[in-house]
Design a protein. Structure first.
Length: 410
């Protein structure tokens, strides 16, 4: 099997994902994707007609984000028309899956030069239609067997089932902010960060807009839980609520609502991309590899709880790589909600000084379809900075899924 080498990775800054407030909200999603694709082409002197495919993750493929965002972003970036593109959706896991699919194309021998990445503009309205977001999209037969509730309600349910306290989750939120602040001040993201410019050439954003380094433990403790009202709001005229959906699966559960804006991922806009090549292509074109894909995996778990698949995904990808958890130098587990990263670290009994060392999505934000590709670049940069070897990246996705990847620095 061919090796898939990572040649480069880059991302945009993450802008606050609110229409009229964030710095990127009026940038077209295709332009945001084009920003990182153009940077990869320029930084690596690519002959873009030789890019076999551009595999792009976008969770909300509606409105300006519809119509194969990967292909349109490449055209906007000035890529040769012979460079194809496709857009995929594994919800939050889309970015990791896009990179993994790109690597699989190379490892199988089907392609020699592929880009995996993603874009998500969370500032766009009507992300999945005009009504409440329900994963089954009104499929009552599916709902009977797998009632799927809102992700925030799932997070609170898991914390309740696992006995994870509000105090522990608030501490995770605080640590995320502190670590991100150190990383930003020390310039740890500069290698991969690409400024975004508006159509008229003026600067839109050149730094992460979401972090709140002034966060205190006392301030987090004072925040009200975010999901009680949402859990009980009617979703239809039949009395369905997000709470009733999870109670269908866990009828005796008494949910303690413990998540809020300070210990949940930030709503942001952003894009990221990873350039991969076969060993033969890289050598023939003088490309210096930064890392290689050591192993990839996908895992499903309870769709009713939605957020629990990262632990089994991590175990599966470790087995595929022939590695033990002690071999992993750095872990990136997306902080969709604090309970996800907290449970992950507890279940695997990890050294917390190796997990999300530069902060996570609580501090930096989670541009759904782009986050996975961003995290792969983040862990690669940090492996290089520390002179370490192995990084594992995984994240939860709606439907109760988790993709995972292990990269090895070269």
């Amino acid at each position: 099997m061919n090796e898939a080498w990572i040649i480069d990775a880059c991302r945009t800054p993450r802008g606050i994902g609110k229409a009229g407030k964030g710095a990127l909200w009026d940038v077209h999603p295709q332009q945001l994707g084009a920003t990182v694709l153009k940077a990869l082409a320029e930084r690596n002197k690519l002959d873009t007609k030789e890019v076999g495919d551009i595999i792009w993750g976008t969770s909300s493929q509606v409105g300006p984000q519809g119509g194969d965002l990967g292909r349109m972003s490449a055209l906007d970036a000035g890529y040769d028309v012979r460079s194809s593109g496709v857009t995929i959706d594994r919800f939050c896991g889309s970015g990791i899956s896009a990179v993994n699919f790109a690597a699989a194309c190379i490892m199988s021998g089907m392609e020699d030069l592929v880009i995996g990445g993603g874009t998500e503009m969370m500032s766009m309205g009507g992300r999945r239609g005009d009504g409440p977001m329900i994963m089954d999209n009104g499929n009552m037969r599916l709902r009977l067997h797998h009632p799927q509730t809102h992700q925030g309600v799932c997070a609170d349910a898991i914390a309740t089932l696992e006995g994870i306290s509000r105090e522990a989750l608030d501490e995770a939120g605080y640590v995320s902010q502190q670590r991100a602040d150190v990383a930003i001040k020390e310039g740890r993201f500069k290698k991969s960060l690409i400024p975004v410019y508006k159509e008229d050439g003026t600067l839109a954003l050149d730094h992460d807009e979401y972090p709140r380094p002034q966060t205190t433990r006392e301030g987090l403790a004072a925040l009200k839980a975010a999901f009680p009202a949402l859990a009980n709001a009617p979703l239809d005229d039949k009395g369905t609520t997000y709470l009733s959906l999870i109670l269908q699966a866990y009828p005796d559960l008494k949910i303690e609502h413990v998540h809020h804006a300070g210990n949940s991922s930030g709503v942001v806009d952003g894009s990221g991309a990873v350039l991969l090549a076969s060993a033969d292509y890289a050598k023939a074109h003088g490309m210096k590899p930064r890392a290689k894909i050591r192993a990839m995996a996908n895992m499903g778990d309870s769709p009713e709880l939605m957020l629990n698949a990262p632990v089994p995904a991590a175990r599966k990808v470790l087995e595929k790589a022939g590695l033990k958890k002690e071999d992993i130098d750095l872990w990136e587990i997306n902080e969709a909600f604090a309970v996800v990263s907290e449970k992950f670290q507890r279940d695997l009994d990890l050294d917390r000084d190796k997990v999300n060392v530069n902060g996570g999505s609580i501090a930096l934000g989670h541009p759904i379809g782009a986050t996975g590709a961003i995290l792969i670049g983040t862990v690669l940069d940090e492996l290089e900075r520390r002179g370490k070897q192995f990084g594992l990246v995984t994240m939860c996705a709606a439907g109760g899924m988790a993709p995972a990847v292990i990269i090895e620095r070269m």
